[in-house]
Design a protein. Sequence first.
Length: 192
Amino acid sequence: MTYETTIMRLAAIGFSGVLLTGCVMAEKYEAEKSRSLNFQRLLAQEEKRTGDLDAELKHVKLQASELEARNREMTAQIQAVREQLASIQEEAAAARETEGMRAQMKGGSKSKKAKRQAKTDQAAVAPAPVAADPIPAQAGSSPAVHVVQAGETVYRIARQNGVSVQQIRQWNNLKNDVIEVGQQLVVAPPQP
């Protein structure tokens, strides 16, 4: 082999080495390029998705604030209706008591005489009860008593004393809300 052939061979090997290295680099370049394009595509998709989620979050927050405002309005309306209902119930109770008092005043003397007659008849027929006093009294204590004034109702007396109408009826053995001026009503249970 001659010197020239050896150089040619070495040059051919060197040139083919450069070509092979260039091919390998071209393949790496193409792989990096496709990986970069995939990453950019994924990044664009994530940005779009993030934008959609942000828009949806704003929409949900707006709806939540609208619902909270409606809830406050409804709560205020319910409270107003409750107050109105309490006022109507109070007026109705006062009207019933007033009507009962009017009926009592119209039939006044006859009904009083009839009640007295019925009581004396019952007393004659039935043995006298041991505790004839409608106001229960315990040893060493006495219940609070209210003397009925003109225009007062059971409902008003109950409210003034912080008790219910049912308690006043129970403590005084009342069958209805009819009371008379000067009548003594127990307005608090006896204290031990």
